[in-house]
Ligand binder design. Structure first.
Ligand code: FMN
Length: 231
């Protein structure tokens, strides 16, 4: 685990967030989640989402969106050859052997960090559904879907909504998985509850992007709690 101090005051955390992640972005994110997404009240953290871990036929799909390039790094910037969520997706799939589906935008996001922040603000304000680069997978064989992405402006990137609305996830267990700077799961549980009517939102996993490669123990604990591994 990282030895970086984690005792930042709330005020400092918020100030850092506003300056480092983009003040406009954070303001927009916290000024209400007005949305015209579907509003079906999908239960959150319903214990029935823990499908039998002993079920040998249980199939898991991990669908992830991840952006390489310039990104946030402990208050500064770094250039990621591989996006943090892609690293996390690889670690999870190595542990549970799930199928992977990579979500990409038909119009790729820029490598430049602030240009991406600006585009995301526009997309969130417009409640946009950015087009997908690839067809969505057939999901009949999956009873559990892990939806993984970075946190953008405290929410799931809009392309995750494009993806979830393109599938019928009724009756499936969904687990939000995020990498983030400081926002944890952000609003992903609510985002997916809205855009995945009839699905059951199970416990999510949030990992700091900067520390994703050290997150093995946290990932394993979560996989055990959610019944995705049981050895
Ligand atoms: C457009 C944009 C907005 C972001 N907004 C937030 C945010 O509101 N809260 C947060 O904790 N991290 C935020 N981040 C940081 C990312 O969530 C974090 O670096 C994540 O690990 C990126 O995942 P990826 O490399 O898989 O794309 C933002 C990053 C970008 C590019």
């Amino acid at each position: 685990m990282s030895t970086r101090p984690r005792t930042l005051s709330r005020r400092l955390v918020l100030r850092t967030a506003a300056t480092s992640l983009g003040a406009a972005a954070l303001t927009a994110a916290t000024s209400g989640c007005s949305t015209t997404d579907r509003t079906d009240p999908t239960p959150i953290h319903d214990p029935t989402s823990r499908l039998s871990s002993q079920d040998a036929d249980r199939k898991v799909l991990l669908a992830y969106f991840s952006r390489a390039g310039e990104n946030y790094y402990y208050g500064g910037r770094t250039d990621l050859a591989v996006g943090n969520t892609q690293v996390l997706a690889g670690m999870i799939s190595a542990l549970i052997g799930c199928d992977l589906h990579r979500i990409d935008a038909a119009d790729p996001y820029p490598a430049d960090y602030m240009a991406t922040v600006a585009r995301n603000v526009r997309e969130q304000n417009a409640n946009a559904r950015p087009a997908l680069a690839h067809p969505v997978p057939t999901i009949d064989q999956y009873d559990t879907v892990l939806l993984a992405s970075g946190i953008w402006n405290v929410r799931a990137p809009r392309i995750m909504t494009t993806f979830t609305e393109s599938l019928d996830l009724t009756g499936r267990a969904i687990h939000p998985v995020t990498t983030h700077a400081m926002s944890g799961l952000g609003t992903t549980e609510r985002d997916y509850a809205r855009s995945c009517p009839g699905a059951v939102i199970g416990e999510g996993l949030a990992v700091r992007g900067e520390e994703v490669r050290q997150a093995g123990p946290d990932i394993e604990s979560w996989l055990r709690r959610t019944g995705l591994i049981h050895t």
